[in-house]
Design a protein around this ligand. Structure first.
Ligand code: UDP
Length: 257
């Protein structure tokens, strides 16, 4: 398990930071108004303001952005017989890049230096993802927005979040969702669903909980990278998450006994 970083002073509070470097996985839907597709100006500005606060607390942040508000490859090819599934996944990766550019400008308006780094070459719109360069950006206090997932079809940006967490030595994957954490059932369908405070990777798999895709869980489990699932809609939650305050559902190796 990556060691929890030594306490460091946050710039606006004396509380120690629990996580020095995080991967924040935002779904494309986090950029759109509830029930809508596309990109909502208010929603993007809200996310950017929250990321700014977390950055101000002294945390290094790389955002892996999804594209589901625009297009998901598997769904799209399922509805369009004349588009091959691999092609549709590349379209999905381009969708994540559209979101990344919107988020970059919102972050810069919020006062955060930001770099978009893409797994697919798009030199005129953003940098290519190069691990050592990404680390340098993070060390300089820039928000790095990672676009195009891992650059290969047939996976999702959940897998990209786990992959980049390992490559960039992140302390945790923060998975932002519309609900407060991981529930026994879908809380939007069953109001009696129970939220878990913590889970082991094995429990996530055994209970077939839809937290992240299977590859992402397997990668995190193999390398003991914890995952924190929390509600991005609640103000202050990203700051609380990086400070290690009790928010959402924590997934990791649970002590035996
Ligand atoms: N995608 C891909 N390879 C990757 C990351 C994403 O092919 O490494 C495609 C895939 O089709 C996916 C789409 O991009 O459905 C959008 O990403 P995702 O579904 O993860 O977005 P989210 O649900 O987080 O908004």
């Amino acid at each position: 398990m990556p060691s929890v970083p030594a306490a460091q002073n946050a710039s606006d509070a004396s509380a120690p930071l629990r996580y020095k470097r995080v991967i924040l996985k935002l779904s494309g839907e986090s950029l759109s108004a509830s029930g809508d597709r596309g990109i909502g100006a208010v929603e993007v500005a809200h996310i950017a303001a929250q990321i700014r606060s977390a950055l101000d607390s002294g945390c290094q942040i790389a955002v892996v952005i999804g594209g589901g508000n625009i297009l998901r490859g598997a769904q799209f090819s399922g509805r369009n017989n004349n588009v091959q599934e691999a092609t549709a996944h590349y379209m999905g990766m381009l969708a994540t890049t559209i979101n990344a550019l919107a988020l970059q400008d919102a972050l810069e308006s919020a006062g955060c230096q930001t770099r978009v780094m893409s797994a697919l070459e798009m030199d005129t719109v953003c940098e290519r993802f190069i691990r050592r360069r990404a680390l340098r950006h993070l060390e300089k206090g820039r928000v790095v927005v990672l676009a195009a997932g891992i650059g290969s079809p047939f996976v999702t940006t959940d897998t990209a979040a786990a992959q980049r967490a390992l490559e960039l030595n992140a302390d945790v994957v923060l998975k932002a969702t519309r609900v407060d954490g991981v529930y026994s059932e879908d809380p939007e369908k069953n109001p009696h669903a129970v939220m878990y405070e913590s889970l082991s990777y094995a429990e996530v798999i055994e209970k077939n909980l839809r937290v992240m895709d299977g590859t992402a869980i397997a990668l995190c489990r193999e390398h003991s990278t914890p995952i924190l699932v929390f509600n991005f809609n609640k103000d202050g939650n990203i700051v609380k998450a990086v400070a290690g305050e009790s928010v959402g559902t924590w997934i990791g190796e649970k002590p035996v006994g």
